[in-house]
Design a protein around this ligand. Sequence first.
Ligand SMILES: [Zn+2]
Length: 683
Amino acid sequence: MTSLFSHSLFASNRTVAVLWDSGESDARFYTYSLVHRKLEVLLNHYGLMAEYFDVNDDGFKKSLVNPAKFYGLVTWFSDDETKNVKEVRGAYRDWFESKKKVLTLGQMGIFYDEKQETYDLKDINNTLKLVGLEYEDHQYETPLGLKIQINTSRENIEFERSFKFEVPAVKVFKSIDPKNEILVNIEDIINNKISPVVLRNEQLFMVHAGLDLFFNPLLRYTQWRVNPFMLMEWLVGDTNQPQPDTTTINGKRIYYGHVDGDAYINISDIDRTSISGKILLDQILEKYKLPTTISFVIAEIDLKLMGKTNYLETAKEIASKDYVELASHTYFHPLSWAVNPSQHDIDAYLDDPSKYKGGPILAYKPKDNKLLYEREIKSSLDYINQKIAPKGKESKLLLWSGSCEPPYEALQVIKKYGFLNMNGGDSRFDKDFPSYSHLLPLYRQVGDLIQYYSSNTNEIPYTSNWTGPFSGFSKVIETFENTESPRRMKPINIYYHFYSAEKRSSLNALDAVYKWVANQDVFPVFTSYYPPIIDGFRKSSIVKTGDFSYLLKDYGKLKTFRIDNLNFNPDYEKSKNIIGHRLINNSLYVFLGPAEQAELFLTKKKVRSIYLRWADYSFTKFDLSKDSLAVAGKSLMNKQINLYVGDLKIEDHNDIESVSYADGFATILFKSKSIDLTIRFKK
Ligand SMILES: [Zn+2]
């Protein structure tokens, strides 16, 4: 059990400081760091956010990561050379002295600078002894003769990958505090020595390099060795803590779908006559009517550029469907979002990088050959709203193109006009990438602005960059399944381009994906609904007010909190603005009503009062009394809600189509997707 004190700390500060090293290979931005690519998704799952500090920056000072400012410290370096190594050691020392939690994976970054000049064993050990460790100034050089000694469950240390013959060579430490819990030792059989490599105490969780991730160099996937959920549970410390949840609304898993405008005008192989946009509309969108957000690249539609009347007419036809939300996929489709592209972008986006003569890299070349963020963002959305959208439908959503690495200036344009943005991230978890380590976090932070990642990757990575097999996208269903059970990590997000309507096999794959989703118990939203949920995650405040009570505030559109402790139920008599709960996997999902703050009281008692188990509606009113429920709300698709009513019955009402009862629950089917009525309960 943790103290009340640490709860209030968590409530006021959900951000961990992360040290990363831009001097490591390929680590151009923090978004290439191991923490961002492998661990931040898990931090998010446990309600935590990450703020990154580059130790390779000349300006790095330990005071930047002052423990008073953060919930905890996380480090994960891939080599043991660190510029500013003295400051890094100093940062660890401050943290160890603060008694707050430090999670370190891989190399600790406290040993050498890049010239190996500042190696200072005394200073290293003065730092480590604060957490009961000593470095023995020695390293096992060869894995031969090494043996792994596991003192914990296999699930904890061979989470996605068993060790077999893969014992890593490691730095040799000595545990000097009997309170240290050593989960894994590496034993040097030849020299009869032993070194702890996975070790925890109240303050430190250390996972040595080689025990963190398995890298498959041939197939380029990674898998967790140490169980990252164990790391997170240690870091958060208490399973009663309600975590802001971005996967669920009113008891159902969120679904949203979005289409990048690429290939909209390409003639489809299906009939060799129609553009892919028309094929997608006729064969998928109209067939399933699942809410989907459709974007266009305006240069392809604008009659002054590449546009043709039938491109514009089809776009308008798509836009007229009530299950379609509109978005922009830019004007000229920037491939690099930099006005002066980096060598990385030149190599990535030009067929012949040697012929590059300067200037921006866009898929379509504007006359002035300029990358103008106002034009790509504001003008493209203006075009959508003025020329394509039917009356009453306004789009504010920009789906990033190309590198999906918008700089601060591009995000400023989004902010200036109150627009929303999405793309980037590329999460997947399937047979080819069989690991939680290929799931990305919710967002990328650029200064004080946010790029919202999509929840899944699209058909391009699933089809080997559109070289085939073109049926590859059906594998995204594996990702949907793996991110639902045993833990709900992500909503369902069908994300693709019009390319999918170009070929018979890709269209079949897309059809299979839509069919699968149509059979799931989901809460469909339009894509523009999702970034505000991420904002709710970032801003929500969770204040512990008593042993089993929490004040929840500033959550905005995020209306679900998760508790990983099944001993509790909401106490509806005491709680405020808590409208329901549902058990999913091994967690309790609690849903909030329309009010701007909520008080959650937990109880071990069985619930006897009326509550919501699930609903297809999001509510603008949910006023429950002993014998009635005044409720108003809207649904995009289905028309049911499920209430616990015990032995009560629902009175007939004009707006109610039918009611069925099972095990104390009433399922009400309404006549309309928009409701505003008072439901009365009777004996
Ligand atoms: Zn694109």
